[in-house]
Design a protein around this ligand. Structure first.
Ligand code: ATP
Length: 396
């Protein structure tokens, strides 16, 4: 969809911002550009919509050389989101979102209707449309920035550190929102970030640049984490790249056993002390409430009234990393598994999670090695990639 062919950008002061870049960005996927400061990420991004012109080489979008297109027409097909949302301070949110449709001559009513639709799409309440940018939080302003970029339904979205200025909690919410939108819209997204966790979370592919504008490696996240091309990439991914890889694999393939759950309304004097010391207590509907220590049962009352250790139940869509985290902190050395509605399905032992984690690494390493010898082979055949937002998340 977007193709860089031997593209370089040299500034008149002699700086080489991008050096001989050849890169294909797949249609409908998110390609994340990462690398140390000044390595040419923003320049690369801005060359796509001709805010920066390359010194040499060719860039094509949808098979068409961008230099052959009229710049204004090209930009209509490319949404652009930046770190400080870039909203017009004296226009209402609705009018900000309607900017491009109005420029396209849609007529005020149609443009505003589209803006209202987008407001909802990015998870903002209808009444936010009447407010001005300073009356929204930073996270909400970024959502408006995304809505504005999507207003004319462009096939391509350029995002330059769009979530860089918000706190980590809001950042996670915005990332989830983007994943949710992307599931629906399937835009071709180019996303610049400094944050490798964000890159792993959002990217279908990650392109790592080094100073001097050189592309070092471009690969799917699991492949990158399992087989960094060199020490520079490995250092950039950080010491925890093994754990990051686990964040890409879901619990779906990990088996569970029924376990001996106890209903909260069961009297404690009826609870058998045989079997596992720690038992999971559930609500009458089957929702996990906490772990009960059968070695220190109170003399009376029900299981639900006894002191319970906290449990964080996990769904099939949760990652192995979350499971590992839960398994090491659970007194029962096990993870409670639930359906999408939060009803207990069974327990998975810490050992089973360790075993799956080890296998996940081996599989990602093998898949990456296969890909090196046969470049068209899928890199992550067995690793279940998690590019969907958790369903429980609510907008900021
Ligand atoms: N207009 C310009 N004139 C001269 N040099 C420039 C210009 N714009 C950018 N550069 C230089 O080009 C190089 C790449 O800049 P660019 O902004 O693309 O990097 P980046 O990877 O996005 O950096 P950061 O992560 O810090 O935002 C840097 O050395 C920068 O100083």
């Amino acid at each position: 969809m977007i193709k860089f062919d031997a593209v370089s950008k040299r500034y008149p002061n002699g700086t080489t911002a991008v050096d001989d870049l050849s890169l294909d960005l797949p249609e409908g996927g998110v390609t994340v550009l990462v690398g140390s400061s000044g390595c040419g990420k923003t320049t690369t991004l801005r060359m796509v919509n001709r805010m920066v012109e390359p010194t040499s080489g060719t860039i094509s979008v949808g098979g068409r050389d961008i230099l052959e297109a009229d710049a204004a027409e090209l930009r209509r097909g490319i949404g652009y989101v930046i770190q400080q949302s870039g909203l017009f301070p004296h226009r209402t949110i609705l009018d900000n979102i309607a900017t491009v449709p109005l420029l396209l001559g849609w007529g005020r009513r149609k443009a505003r209707a589209r803006a209202a639709e987008l407001l909802e799409l990015v998870g903002l309440p209808t009444d936010a449309g009447k407010r001005y940018p300073h009356q929204l939080s930073g996270g909400q302003q970024q959502r408006v920035g995304v809505a504005r970029a999507l207003a004319a339904d462009p096939p391509v979205l350029l995002m330059d550190e769009p979530f860089g200025a918000v706190d980590p909690v809001v950042r996670t919410q915005l990332q989830n929102e983007l994943l949710r939108l992307q599931e629906e819209l399937r835009k071709t997204v180019v996303f610049v970030t400094h944050d490798i966790d964000e890159a792993v979370r959002l990217g279908d592919r990650i392109a790592v640049f080094r100073t001097g504008g050189r592309l070092v490696q471009c690969a799917e996240p699991a492949e990158l984490l399992a087989r960094p091309a060199d020490d520079f990439v490995a250092d950039f991914l950080g010491a925890e790249r093994g754990l990051k890889l686990l964040s890409l694999t879901t619990l779906a393939e990990v088996p569970y056993a029924p376990g001996q759950a106890i209903r909260a309304d069961e009297p404690v004097d009826k609870i058998s002390r045989d079997g596992a010391r720690w038992r999971l207590v559930t609500s009458p509907r089957g929702e996990p409430l906490g772990w009960l220590d059968t070695d220190t049962l109170p003399s009376g009352g029900t299981a639900g009234e006894a002191r319970l250790e906290a449990v964080r139940a996990l769904r099939d869509t949760d990652s192995l990393l979350s499971a590992l985290n839960e398994a090491v902190s659970s007194p029962a050395a096990a993870v409670a598994r639930v359906t999408a509605d939060g009803i207990l399905t069974g327990l998975t032992s810490r050992d089973a999670i360790h075993e799956r984690a080890g296998r996940s690494h081996a599989e990602a390493g093998r898949a990456a090695a296969t890909k090196e010898t046969a470049p068209d082979a899928p890199a992550t055949k067995n690793a279940t990639l998690r590019k969907t937002a958790p369903t429980a998340e609510r907008p900021a």
